[in-house]
Ligand binder design. Structure first.
Ligand SMILES: Cc1ncc(COP(=O)(O)O)c(C=O)c1O
Length: 423
């Protein structure tokens, strides 16, 4: 490693996340390959910045107009909740056309955690309004001191193994690694249900879910279509369909966290489309591949007073323009390719990999398999890195693959060859 590179990598110690692995040269990175600084080599990237890069490196070809509009938003970041500009409105409309016109409202955020935090907040506001539509100035006086009936003690149901973020509210619905939760206050009365991976477990969970929903204190439930951080664990479509139906019956807000699964990752634009729901989710949260994060919500949740969902910027015009560009490229043809390639890769994996790596599972480009142990998994991540392949770990002993949409069957073959070398 040259002195220059060493210096650059030392600079990265400024970061407080304690999680840095290497530095990328973005100018030299292209398509599905990242150019890494430590060993000055191109690596096949199937990590993709924690599943957030839909088209790999340097593949977005913005139009002249988009570039002009992005640069306008470099000059000023408008306070979109108060003085939105015309450019923003134009793109917001196109964005809604591209992602889901069913939803009545959208609020843009800067992270998946924030999106979930606000989805939970919105659900509890709806719940509180229903229970306490009338209040007086004394109630408001008490509220300033976090007291009185306007302080919600509503419950939000979540599922063991779920991951919805690291902020103060969303963290109480996160039950993957403990490191995120250590020493942080929690809503400890919020119910946590078992996440059923076997058919036989479903009736009991659904029964418990119904009992909780029938409690007038329950405002919402939040769930991922696939528990990604916990190891790509997926309950059945039947289970989700029933969950949604029960939540509807009791007017409990059904929040679907599509931060990792949305924007085509599973081979459908939204993963919840696999469930064939009679009633769509009340709120969908999104992030990662969409560049701009946010939440979509239905008419029943459009009950806010001014400034209840609010911050200085209310998202970012630049991220919206980029997010819209990305959304416009995710068409049925691309999704079909994701579904078909995924199936072909599964077949090839099962043909080629007969020992050491198990339990291959996939839905579109959400792909994972298991190693024998946590240590073996961690070793494999490092070994593959030395072989110029970047993958991420998840769950106890799983490897997750998050190919970008320009990942072809040839790239899958390259990966398989490298994986076979580690056996
Ligand atoms: C399903 C899910 N929800 C929420 C989040 C949190 O998103 P962010 O890290 O952008 O806050 C993640 C991140 O991995 C996620 O996978």
């Amino acid at each position: 490693m040259s002195m220059n590179v060493k210096k650059k990598l030392n600079l990265s110690n400024l970061s407080t996340t304690m999680s840095l692995r290497d530095m990328i040269d973005l100018r030299k990175s292209s398509g599905v390959y990242a150019h890494m600084l430590k060993d000055n080599r191109k690596k096949l990237d199937i990590h993709n910045h924690i599943a957030s890069l839909p088209f790999g490196y340097n593949q977005l070809n913005f139009s002249f107009q988009e570039m002009k509009d992005i640069s306008m938003h470099c000059q000023i970041k408008p306070s979109l909740g108060v003085f939105p500009d015309e450019i923003y409105h134009e793109y917001l409309n196109r964005f809604m056309d591209n992602i889901d016109r069913y939803y009545h409202k959208i609020f843009l955020c800067n992270s998946g955690s924030e999106s979930n935090e606000l989805a939970i907040k919105l659900a509890t506001i709806k719940h509180g309004k229903k229970n306490f539509p009338n209040y007086n100035s004394h109630d408001e006086f008490l509220l300033k001191k976090n007291m009185g009936k306007l302080v919600s003690d509503a419950n939000v149901i979540s599922f063991m193994g779920g991951f919805h973020g690291r902020y103060l509210g969303s963290l109480s619905t996160t039950h993957s690694k403990t490191v995120h939760k250590k020493y942080v206050p929690a809503f400890s009365n919020w119910p946590i249900l078992n996440y059923p991976l076997e058919k036989e477990e479903e009736p009991e969970v659904l029964q418990r879910f119904e009992k909780l929903c029938s409690d007038s204190n329950t405002a919402a439930c939040i769930i991922e279509p696939i528990q990604c951080e916990s190891g790509d664990r997926r309950a059945s479509d039947y289970f989700y369909r029933n969950l949604r139906a029960i939540a509807s019956n009791y007017d409990v807000t059904f929040i679907v966290d599509e931060v990792q699964t949305g924007f085509g990752a599973t081979g459908k634009f939204w993963a919840h489309k696999y469930w064939n729901l009679n009633t769509p989710p009340d709120i969908i949260t999104f992030g990662k591949k969409s560049r701009t994060c946010g939440l979509l919500f239905n008419t029943q949740h459009s009950i806010l007073e001014s400034h209840q969902l609010f911050n200085t910027w209310c998202g970012s015009g630049i991220d919206l323009i980029i997010g819209n560009h990305i959304a416009s490229k995710i068409n049925e043809n691309l999704l079909k390719g994701v579904r078909e390639n995924s199936k072909k890769f599964k077949k090839r994996f099962e043909e080629e990999i007969k020992e050491k790596y198990f339990n291959f599972r996939s839905r579109g480009y959400i792909i994972a398999f298991d190693c024998e142990s946590t240590d073996a998994r961690n070793k494999l991540v490092e070994e593959l890195y030395q072989k110029d392949v970047i993958v991420n770990s998840c769950g106890e002993k799983s490897i997750r693959l998050r190919p970008s949409y320009n990942f072809t069957l040839d790239h899958f073959e390259i990966f398989l060859e490298k994986l076979k070398e580690t056996i």
